[in-house]
Design a binder for this molecule. Sequence first.
Ligand code: MG
Length: 379
Amino acid sequence: MEKIVLLGATGSVGASTLDVIRSYPDRFELVGVSGYRNFSRLASIIKEFHPGTVCLMEENAVFSAQYPGCNFLHGEKGMCELASHPDADCTIVAVAGMAGLYPTLSAIKSGKKVLTANKESIVSAGKLVMNELRAHGGELIPLDSEHNAIFNMVHKYGEQNIKNIVLTASGGPFLKKEISDAITVQDVLDHPIWDMGNIITVNSATMMNKGFEVIEAHHLFGMDYEMIRVMIHPQSLVHGMAELRDGSHLLFTSPSDMRYPISLALHYPDIPENRFPLLDLMKEPLAFSEPDMGKFPLLKTAYDAGKEGGGLPCALNAANEIAVQAFLDGKIAFPSISKAIMRTLEHFHSSEPRGPEEVMEIDRAARESAEKEMSPFLK
Ligand code: MG
């Protein structure tokens, strides 16, 4: 049995992960979970999986008294302790936001197999994370469908044989619609394929999400930005492509169902027998096209920030979160998101953060700056 720690068990990636563990009870055992504030969800997870250790955001005597068999931890320190749990073979980081950075580093330092869905830690601190990984010789497997696809192809065919990679993008709700000030929050939240949280759904509409994924791919696979392409693929069935040295292309396809990449990553390097609904490739024709960088300026901004490196990707992530939240709160128009971000980035530079504390400081400063730079765009 492989022993699993799942950070962010009550979120959407957490739910898919639990379903994979539930589907392979002969192989995986959940030994620890963390949850944010969804106590009813957490209670049902504890009742079903009986994890020995549970980490909460804050101490909660009333909740923990109900589960005398569990060892309770709390806060960031508790998350880091849980991430490096001595019994665990594998730690899954499914928490959202910068809260994932320290636990990711903690899991890597303990030499575990680490599965990550935490974009922010790779975008904002990619160099630090990868340096720690090299120093401790563990494994970091991405759960995001695109990176998971590339990961599998890189490991099967060898880095040296891959000339370029392609990350596919659904194109979001505005692929065929005009982008204007009239776009409402509801227009954005009607995402055609994936069912995700609100911020990531807006990031899909602006293509910022794909921009972050480009930066992640650069770090995860050690590839120059020139080797990483983005293609629009509205069906979201091909998750990634690799062009081999000889000019042939590999296409990695599976249903738009997070259980697929999670199951592959959990079983890695084995290939599990399928226990989920299969892909029907004949349902609709697969289409691919070039993204319009003029219409989705944040995709280009991500390439530029990634190439400059240092603190810029971290500032980009932070500024984006502030601007997107302002849009969701009805304070700024949709096209102002990118404008506010670009103004914020002008205050940041490419010197490399030397540790996680410096990353957190850039994050904080960029959030503060984004609040100020948004003021000309307030409705
Ligand atoms: Mg993705």
